[in-house]
Design a protein around this ligand. Structure first.
Ligand code: NAP
Ligand code: MG
Length: 513
């Protein structure tokens, strides 16, 4: 399997001066690349004050406890492959203890507490997250590989904003659904992925708690550390014991939550494959279910779009967070007459992106989350080359250790290629063309997924026409990847069902009568 430099004639490498096929030009004849002329000095975020524990235990009933299995797994830094710490592996018995603690807390404290009191706890948690935002951002970057720019400036502020937002709803549920009585469901089992560890935890916990439910949360195996630091914040905020329980472990731990008989609701974010398994495991039980699964979003550029602005949006849409984004704009449809311009600009732009140390404030693209994910990206890129597409890849100096993939895009892609159909979940874009708006809509909708989409055009009327026909939960117009706690997010088709965020995000955690 090729990793960084697929040796094939279908590969063009772009240099930092935007030059294609730099490989084939003799070094003496080559213009000095951008990176060779000058480069930024390293600007690492300080991490020496971060205190990682040697071992992280489970958080059950307000306390950190050793797993019954006695087993721990390593958590590594994907940018260095160094072991950061060990994390407890929860088995069925641990999950059972967590569910019992959550049930007790639900019955005796949390469901009885007036909404305004629950809201106070959530406000306190939000403020503590703000206070510790820098430390949490560094931890998130060390554990997951995302750049410090993203974890500090996007993820953490948004995590706090989410708790603030739902804190505000806690005493207003009767106004959220006028004329109806809103009641909590009970115990929620929540399973989250590794791409936005704290943000996914906030998306799950904040609305559930605001509505009066108690929670058992399982973070992803590769990114459990920050959830356990969040548990410390719950302790500091004085959150009653058992209201939130955090059980770490692999897929089996998630399975034990899904199959536990005393859970009222399962909320899952992750792959469509596991989502389908959870849907069949919960079918016919009392458990309510929401699923936020994969995506293969289409970004559509019309010839009347402001092309420079569109290219920036496309870059942000696919290379943000190493492409580890379920709503990443991973398919690009370009109107045929502007295709050469868009490709040239994309090529130039990816050659300026910096791949490297995620803790460096200058890095645009950090580390791929795990070796397994890197292998998956490489396998799909290989399939694209085998099926006849052409790959353009930035010439990035990748660190010797760690998991890395340079920003890349494919041209010559057809709808039947795997790279046009399957979620790559990495910094790889598939570019295709269209002639008419009808063709753009039909091709954009030609996917089993339906999470998000983007439209770039100067004409407001065209935006309205197109967005109403795109089968996607979120459609951005002349922008991409914009989020706010007050706007709902979720999918159609195999991207799942249920909404997170906004007033809609309360519904999965309530019964209305
Ligand atoms: P995943 O396997 O679906 O994992 C998501 C969460 O579910 C993790 O906490 C995982 O635990 C847990 N899990 C795994 N098997 C389970 C089971 N049988 N029952 C209950 N829980 C289970 O996703 P992934 O391995 O992290 O990534 C695989 C693919 O999913 C990615 O390549 C991408 O295509 C997609 N993905 C989508 C999103 C999204 O936001 N929509 C996010 C991440 C990934 P472990 O982590 O310990 O396995
Ligand atoms: Mg890790």
């Amino acid at each position: 399997m090729s990793r960084r430099k697929p040796s094939t004639s279908q590969l063009a490498i772009v240099d930092r001066n935007g030059e294609a096929d730099g490989r084939q030009i003799a070094k003496k004849d080559r213009k000095l690349s951008f990176g060779e002329r000058w480069t930024y000095a390293p600007a690492p975020e300080a991490s020496n004050y971060i205190k990682l524990r040697d071992r992280y235990q489970l958080f059950i009933n307000g306390r950190f406890v050793a797993p019954k299995s006695g087993e721990y797994f390593d958590s590594i830094n994907p940018a260095t492959e160094e072991k950061l710490t060990e994390i407890g592996s929860a088995n069925e018995k641990d999950v059972d203890l967590a569910v019992k603690a959550a049930r007790r807390a639900y019955k005796t404290v949390w469901s009885k507490m007036p909404g305004r009191e629950r809201g106070k706890y959530l406000f306190r948690i939000a403020r503590l997250i703000q206070e510790k935002a820098r430390e949490l951002a560094v931890l998130e970057t060390m554990d997951g590989g995302k750049t410090i720019k993203e974890s500090r400036e996007i993820a953490l502020p948004f995590v706090a904003a989410h708790f603030f937002y739902y804190a505000g709803w806690a005493d207003k549920l009767e106004y959220a659904f006028p004329g109806r009585k809103a009641r909590p469901l009970g115990v929620a089992g929540q399973i989250i992925p590794w791409n936005f560890p704290l943000l996914m935890a906030a998306w799950k916990l904040a609305p559930a708690l605001a509505c009066g439910n108690t929670c058992v949360l399982k973070p992803a195996e590769t990114t459990s550390i920050t959830a356990l630091h969040l548990a410390e914040i719950f302790q500091e905020a004085g959150l009653p014991d058992g209201v939130v329980n955090i059980v770490t472990g692999a897929g089996e731990t998630g399975g034990a939550i899904v199959n536990h008989s005393d859970i009222d609701k399962i909320a899952f974010t992750g792959s469509t494959e596991v989502g389908k398994r959870i849907a069949s495991a919960t079918a016919g039980t009392k458990k309510k279910l929401t699923l936020e699964l994969g995506g293969k979003a289409a970004n559509i550029i019309f010839d009347d779009a402001p092309i420079d602005q569109a290219v920036e949006g496309i870059i942000a849409g696919i290379y943000f967070n190493q492409g580890h984004v379920c709503c990443a704009g991973s398919r690009l449809f370009v109107q045929e007459n502007v295709f050469p311009t868009v490709i040239r600009k994309l090529r130039d732009r990816i050659s300026t992106l910096r791949v490297g140390d995620p803790l460096d404030k200058n890095s645009d693209i950090g580390a791929i989350n795990s070796r397994a994910q890197l292998d998956k990206i490489c396998e799909l890129v290989d399939s694209g080359l085998k099926q006849g597409a052409q790959l353009v890849q930035a010439r990035a100096r990748l660190p010797a250790r760690g998991y890395w993939y340079p920003p890349s895009f494919f041209t010559g892609v057809t709808a039947s290629h795997r790279i046009a159909q399957e979620e790559i979940f990495g910094p790889v874009l598939s570019v295709m063309t269209f002639r008419t708006p009808e063709e753009a809509i039909a091709r954009a909708n030609n996917t089993p997924y339906g999470l998000s989409a983007g439209v770039w055009t100067d004409k407001g009327s065209k935006i309205f026409k197109i967005v109403n026909q795109l089968r996607a939960g979120v459609v951005w117009a002349n922008t991409y990847n914009k989020f706010d706690p007050s706007s709902p997010f979720g999918g159609y088709k195999e991207s799942g069902f249920g909404r997170e965020g906004g007033r809609h995000g309360l519904l999965p955690y309530l019964t209305l009568s």
